[in-house]
Design a protein around this ligand. Structure first.
Ligand SMILES: [Zn+2]
Length: 144
């Protein structure tokens, strides 16, 4: 999960909040309607979900530090950094979705997307800011 600050249309990433991929048989069953004809892709490598309890904990953690959850990041193993139909189906409008394309184990592309009013993903501009520009929230890594 991505924790940060929200100012109008601009989201500032302050911290990455790692969490486990909670995808399991139960989740697969719950998402079956979305899966449709792509059941063969429904394993952990191709799907992700976040435990609702973990989500609540992250929300509380963020609030305590005057931050918001501004989005979710996940990777696409050997697949482009563009959202899948599954990604679109489970996306929330207020979040940014950063997707990292990992080709043969190496991260090679990073793109951010957000849901437009028409329910389709639109690419977002990603800007790098120096940690010092974030003042007291100087934890954003400017490397990479
Ligand atoms: Zn995806």
């Amino acid at each position: 999960m991505l924790l940060g600050q929200l100012n109008g249309d601009v989201k500032t990433l302050v911290e990455v909040w790692p969490t486990e991929n909670a995808w399991n048989d139960e989740a697969a069953e719950a998402f079956q309607a979305i899966e449709g004809s792509v059941q063969h892709l429904s394993g952990k490598r191709n799907r992700f979900t976040i435990d609702p309890q973990v989500m609540l904990k992250a929300q509380k953690d963020a609030r305590d530090r005057h931050l918001d959850i501004i989005g979710i990041y996940h990777s696409h193993p050997d697949y482009p950094a563009v959202p899948s139909e599954f990604d679109r189906a489970i996306a929330w409008q207020q979040y940014s979705y950063i997707i990292v394309s990992v080709q043969q184990g190496l991260a090679c592309d990073l793109r951010s997307w957000s849901l437009h009013d028409d329910g389709q993903f639109q690419p977002e501009e990603v800007l790098k800011v120096e940690a010092s520009a974030l003042g007291e929230f100087g934890t954003l890594s400017s490397s990479g």
